[in-house]
Every structure is written in C-alpha cells, then in structure tokens.
Design a protein around this ligand. Structure first.
Ligand SMILES: *Cc1c(COP(=O)(O)O)cnc(C)c1O
Length: 456
C-alpha cells in the first residue's frame, strides 16, 4: 500500500459493488470520495463524515408483524393461558413446529434458555458431586443451569480462532466425577462437535448442547442441538427466534424427552402422576403465541443472515489483521447471533482494540467487544467454594484445584484484546449495501491506521 494507486485498488477489491454504485450516483471518476458516496476518506473519529449517517443498520429486532400480533390476540381471546388447560394449545403446537423445523423428533418448551439447560442437566441425573465441562465464554445461564443442580461447572480454555471450547483441554479436564460436556455454540456457529462427541464416547459422558444462539445451524449433515444427548435453545428477546423470555429442549430419545417434560412440569408426568423432583419451568401460552408468529419467517431470516455473513467473511478476510470467526470442517451454516472477527492490532499500527472500536462506532457501525470478561473471573467461583453444599460434596483438595484451574489465558485474550463483533439478529438482515458499508468501515479504519496513533 505504498501509493495512492495501490490504495484505490485495495479498496476497490474489498468494497466491490458499492464502489461502482457510488461512483455512478455521484457521476465522478473513481476516486477516494467514491468509496461510498459521502466518504471523504477522513475518519469520522478525527472529524470526517461518518459512513453510516442514518445510524441504523439492518432490521429492528425483535421481529414484529401482523401475523405475530394476530397470534397473541388469538391466545388472549381463547382464555387458554396455561398449557395444562389444553393438550393441543399454543405451546404444544409450537413444540411440534419447532421440532419439525429444527429437524428432530421432540421438543419441550420452557420459560427460558437457562431453564432448558437446567431441565437437561436434571433429566440426565446430574447433581451434587458431579462435574460438567463447559466454556467460560458464554451467557451466565450456561453455568447457572449446572449450579442450580449443585454440580460443578468445570471451565476450560478456548480455541482462540473460533472462541469455542478447545477439545484437547476438554479431554484433560475429565476425571472420575465428570458426567457431561456442555459445548456452547458461541455466536451460533458450531463448536468442534466431531472431537467433542468422540471424547464423550471414549469416556462415556453425556453431551448437552448449549444451542441457545444456534437455531437452524448445521454441521456435518446434522442440525445443531441434535448431535448430543439433548440440545437447548433460548427465545430471549435478543435471540434469533424471540418471545421475550422462553426456551426449549430438543432430542430424539422419547424416554429422555418425556423425562424433560416431567421435570419442567415440577415433577408431574404427561399422565398427571407426581413422579420426581422438578422445578416449574413451564412455558406459558402467550410465549407460545409470540413464538408461533416468529417461527413463520425464522428460516428465511436465517438464510439472509447466512448469506450476509458469507459475504462479510469473504470481504473482511482480505483486510490485514481482521480474521472472521473460524468454521470447523463440516460447518454448513451458522445462526450468527453475533458476527465476530479476531482483531490483530499488529496489523493496525498497534492501535488498541478500544480505539479501533471507537473509530468504527464513529463511522456508525455498532461493533463492540461482546462478552466483557470470562466467567472464570466472576464472583460466583469464590461463592460456591464457600458454600456448605459444595464443601460437603467436593473434597477440599478438589475445590482448591478447581479454584486454581480458573486461569484461562485464551479466553482473557479474546475478551480483552481480540474479539470484535456486532449483534447479528437484526443487523445481518440488512441489505447488501449495508454489508458493504460495514466492509468499507473496516477498510477505512485500516487505511487510516497510522492516523490513530494519537488517539487515546
Ligand atoms: C441466551 C443464552 C443462554 C440463556 O438463555 P436465556 O433464555 O437468556 O435464559 C444460555 N447460553 C447461551 C449461549 C445464550 O446465548
């Protein structure tokens, strides 16, 4: 990038279609100003015009349409507000539809993704004295679902390129009390399930997929959430299928799925027998009604997000220092709850990520650092070590080792230095022009990296 000619070539290659469109609309020869129509080339952070002047990108989220409002009205008027009032009410209908669309035999609705995960932990008989291996880079609901059963969430470090569990470290963390692995498909892209399933088979462990961010993602010919023993989804307002608060467990084993139903129904089976210990996690009919409205267009939105993400992956990987989230072999699609890349400041004149993010935000691109700190750094670790429940069920030596294991440098680096992402649910539903704007912002900041040296 020694001279202006090279610079223009570089931006032309990256920004593709936009360049031509913008050039045509201003009827000017291709120049610096034609990267996008209002770009002078000067960073907005340093007083230039912002690339995205409307400040909105993509679609408003959650998705709301007439069909959804109709669906809620219908439930309201019906007076069937709890799922036990009818065997084929809205929740029961949604469960069938969700299982069908995901591509599995059964689904059971719950009040949240956290409740779905907790149901799975309970249904697999995991409790005090047991250990579950999972990721430190996730929503706290993942950990919470293990803790509410008084089992021990064992956190292992990440593959820095995928932000997913590192299978080698999973295998090293297994001991005689390990009962399950709970991979998290972070950002909605598949974790390394081939390795995780092989390890689970070798040590006879259960696998609960935290698929809360990954509905419809596919890996090696299978839908995410159906590869392990049970898969769990979240319908919280920010997620790709949203109803405010909601969740579901999915699976293909009828007996295990019946157990999931019984557990989330505070221990009472479908036949009405009070059989076991279970919290009341039932999804209500209003949540089901919103979901019936949402599920209608969910696959189509998934496809749009995938196409836009594939476009960004191709364009952004041409920019030095920007590496899109790694896909493991066999990844066929992703849900892109967040669209994430690794940022390497060495390629950006050693500009700290915080300054890079400021420069991007000034261009009107809402990128951020996503999860602020790994869950191994949060107060719950010391809290549980001090609890009688844990002191009774785990030896002092085990709890000491446990505390010492909370050193996860790859996760720290992702949180503190490398991860750059934006929320995909609404933004990735944007137009190709909007995707070009995102690419252009990355390219513009890259081009101006030397000018960022003075920014704090
Ligand atoms: C959202 C989420 C959860 C928790 O789901 P809730 O519906 O918010 O309880 C768990 N794990 C992951 C990876 C999530 O993204």
């Amino acid at each position: 990038m020694k001279n202006e000619q090279n610079r223009r070539e570089f931006l032309k290659n990256i920004s593709g279609g936009t360049l031509a469109v913008a050039a045509a609309s201003v009827a000017a020869p291709v120049s610096k100003a034609a990267i996008v129509s209002n770009d002078s080339g000067k960073l907005a952070l340093l007083g230039g015009p912002s690339l995205n002047t409307n400040k909105v990108l993509g679609k408003k989220w959650p998705h709301i349409d007439e069909e959804l409002i109709e669906s809620v009205m219908k439930t309201t008027k019906s007076g069937i507000w709890s799922r036990i009032q009818s065997a084929n009410g809205t929740v029961a209908t949604f469960e069938k539809e969700f299982a069908k669309q995901i591509g599995c035999s059964y689904s059971v609705g719950t009040g949240s993704g956290t409740q779905a995960l907790s149901t799975a932990v309970l249904a697999l008989g995991i409790g005090p004295g047991d250990e579950v291996i999972t990721s430190p880079y996730t929503d706290f609901g993942t950990i919470s679902a293990i803790l509410t059963s008084r089992a021990l969430p064992v956190l292992v470090d990440l593959d820095p390129e995928s932000f997913q569990l590192d299978p080698d470290l999973v295998e090293k963390a297994i001991n005689k009390n390990t009962k399950a692995i709970m991979p998290v498909h972070i950002m909605g892209l598949p974790a390394n399930m081939e390795r995780i399933m092989a390890i689970a088979a070798k040590y006879k462990l259960k696998v609960i997929e935290d698929s809360c961010q990954a509905p419809f993602s596919r890996y090696q010919g299978k839908p995410i959430g159906t590869i392990g023993d049970l898969g769990c989804f979240s319908f919280q307002a920010s997620k790709a299928i949203a109803c405010g608060e909601g969740g579901a467990v999915v699976g293909n084993d009828q007996a295990l799925m019946d157990e999931c139903f019984t557990i989330q129904n505070r221990g009472a089976s479908r036949a009405g027998k009070n059989e076991t210990i279970g919290p009341k996690y039932r999804m209500n009919e209003f949540e089901g009604a919103v979901l019936m409205g949402q599920i209608a267009g969910a696959k189509e939105r998934f496809e749009i997000r995938n196409a836009n993400a594939a476009y960004l992956n191709a364009k952004l990987s041409e920019i030095p220092g920007i590496t899109p989230q790694k896909h493991y072999p066999g990844t066929e699609s992703g849900s892109y709850y967040h669209y994430g890349v690794s940022y390497n400041k060495a390629s950006f004149n050693n500009t700290d990520r915080a300054v890079f993010l400021k420069a991007m935000n000034a261009e009107g691109i809402p990128v951020g650092s996503y999860i602020k700190s790994g869950l191994h750094r949060e107060p719950w670790v010391d809290h549980i070590i001090g609890l009688n429940d844990y002191k009774t069920m785990y030896s002092a030596q085990r709890l000491k080792e446990y505390k010492a294991s909370m050193v996860l440098p790859q996760c720290d680096k992702i949180c503190n230095e490398t991860l750059v992402s934006f929320w995909g649910s609404g933004i990735l539903l944007g137009t190709r022009e909007e995707m070009d704007m995102i690419v252009n912002a990355f390219a513009k900041v890259y081009e101006n990296r030397e000018k960022l040296a003075s920014v704090k």
